[in-house]
Write a protein that binds this ligand. Structure first.
Ligand code: HEC
Ligand code: HEC
Ligand code: HEC
Ligand code: HEC
Length: 379
């Protein structure tokens, strides 16, 4: 009985194997017609993807020398409505072609020699260098490293990056008012603000001259502040600014501004609401004479280290049908930015890349890694 069953199972398995083979031979396709694909490319694709496979704009991907089966899968996801693309339904065109036409035209593009970008990519993808560059207009008031000591101007060196981003955004968008800063910040992107914030956060704050008298007088009024700002004015929470060693005049004006509801923040007004001017002055004197500490935060991984991980899959791409992976080197920067943003925000369905894109939580990382790849020689 058992033998009989085993026999039947074996037979069934063999039959299944056979029919599988038959199935796949029935699906066997004609060889790709590259010359026919070229004609189609000229008619339907070249206005955007060029005849040499170079996207005519920075948000249009280069197709030259890309993994052929990946291109096919990508075109099908547009066809099936699962991928819209950053600039609307420009790829509707894929729907108008038969499966064979699509194979031919993509076969044509994949057969072209690889294209590298020439010169249009800025070379630096270090957060620090980019932030330093972008913060040049701030140096006049804040000092080149964020340690300027002009009365009324806050120190930025060593401040929490998340807080700097929040504050600069508020000035940029006009919810915190300071006309000169608004002007300097207008036009800067989220990624720019993140780079600036990381630059200042990485810089060491200069120590201050300690004043014992200030400490003993002011400390008594700061019990309520400690749970958020830390007992010495240095907070572990990256959204709460460090007060230690901050400019005394700035602290004075700011605390009064919260009290008088000139600067908007609910929590701060509640805590400070009842303070007298003389108490505020002592608090400011206390915090400003504490030694500033550099904010504690986990810096994002360097782009070189990150790219090594991406290259495990992307270096030469992959033709594995389970994991069709495109090449990224020499790809257009804006296109790469759009693609990564779409994975991160889950608007381009691919669970592998969506998971990986959790390391792309900063716009600055997306921009920097796009710069890195678009500047590499294409393979
Ligand atoms: C009107 C401009 C336009 C035309 C015409 C056009 N494309 Fe595209 N194509 C784009 C843009 C823009 C994208 C990127 C969309 C996105 O962000 O996902 C794209 C993306 C693609 C992709 C995905 C590449 C990748 O790396 O994932 C493939 C494949 C593609 N196009 C093939 C074609 C083919 C084949 C044709 C001609 C039949 C064609 N396109 C015609 C603009 C165009
Ligand atoms: C004209 C002088 C000036 C320039 C230029 C300037 N700032 Fe400021 N900045 C100030 C002053 C004054 C304040 C305090 C304003 C207030 O009371 O809200 C300030 C506040 C800030 C704060 C808030 C700090 C905190 O602790 O809340 C940040 C962040 C900041 N500036 C960043 C920048 C950046 C980035 C630039 C360059 C793009 C810049 N500033 C250019 C004078 C300047
Ligand atoms: C419940 C938490 C909390 C408490 C308690 C608190 N703060 Fe704050 N404080 C904050 C937050 C959050 C901000 C950032 C607000 C913003 O984005 O404008 C802030 C901002 C500030 C700033 C502005 C710093 C800068 O760089 O612009 C000062 C000054 C300040 N607090 C002083 C105090 C003092 C003094 C006390 C105690 C009397 C206190 N805070 C109590 C949460 C708190
Ligand atoms: C485990 C393998 C794997 C790793 C690691 C990986 N990727 Fe991908 N990536 C893929 C696959 C598979 C696709 C194709 C997904 C699809 O079809 O949309 C892809 C697609 C992409 C695309 C779209 C390219 C195009 O032509 O449309 C970008 C951009 C990208 N990945 C960036 C990255 C970056 C940046 C990293 C590192 C932080 C990374 N990937 C790490 C597997 C990987």
């Amino acid at each position: 009985m058992n033998k009989y069953l085993v026999g039947i199972t074996l037979l069934l398995a063999l039959l299944a194997g056979c029919s599988d083979k038959q199935g796949s031979s029935a699906q066997q396709q004609l060889p790709v017609d590259i010359a026919g694909g070229k004609v189609l490319a000229e008619k339907s694709c070249a206005s955007c993807h060029g005849m040499d496979g170079r996207g005519v704009k920075d948000n249009i991907p280069n197709l030259a020398a890309q993994i052929e089966t990946y291109l096919l899968k990508a075109a099908q996801t547009y066809d099936h409505g699962k991928r819209a693309g950053s600039s609307g339904n420009v790829m509707e065109i894929a729907k108008e072609l038969s499966p064979d036409q699509l194979r031919n035209v993509l076969g044509y593009y994949a057969s072209l020699p690889p294209l590298s970008n020439s010169g249009n990519v800025s070379a630096s993808y270090s957060y620090y260098d980019r932030g330093q560059e972008l913060s040049k207009p701030c140096a006049r008031c804040h000092g080149a490293d964020g340690n300027h000591t002009e009365a009324g101007v806050p120190r930025l060196a060593g401040q929490h990056p998340q807080y700097i981003v929040k504050a600069t955004k508020a000035y940029r968008d006009g919810t915190r008012i300071m006309p000169t800063m608004h002007e300097k910040l207008t036009g800067l992107s989220q990624a720019d603000l993140e780079n600036i914030a990381l630059y200042f956060a990485f810089n060491k704050p200069k120590s201050v001259a300690r004043n014992e008298a200030n400490t003993s007088e002011g400390k008594q009024f700061t019990n309520n502040c400690a749970k958020c700002h830390g007992s010495m004015g240095s907070s572990d929470d990256t959204s709460i600014p460090n007060l230690a060693g901050q400019n005394v005049k700035y602290l004075n004006t700011t605390i009064k501004a919260y009290r008088d509801k000139v600067r908007d923040h609910g929590v701060m007004h509640q805590t400070i609401g009842g303070l007298k001017d003389s108490e505020i002055e002592k608090i400011a004197a206390f915090f400003s004479s504490e030694q500033p500490t550099q904010s504690t935060f986990t810096p994002p991984e360097t782009i070189d280290a990150l790219a090594k991980k991406c290259d495990l899959c992307h270096n030469i791409g992959s033709t594995n049908p389970e994991m069709l992976t495109p090449k990224l080197k020499g790809q257009n920067r804006t296109y790469l930015i759009n693609a990564m943003t779409a994975y991160r925000d889950d608007s381009r369905g691919n669970s592998a890349m969506h998971k990986i894109s959790s390391v792309l939580y900063l716009d600055a990382t997306i921009e920097a890694i796009a710069t890195h790849y678009s500047a590499q020689a294409a393979k």
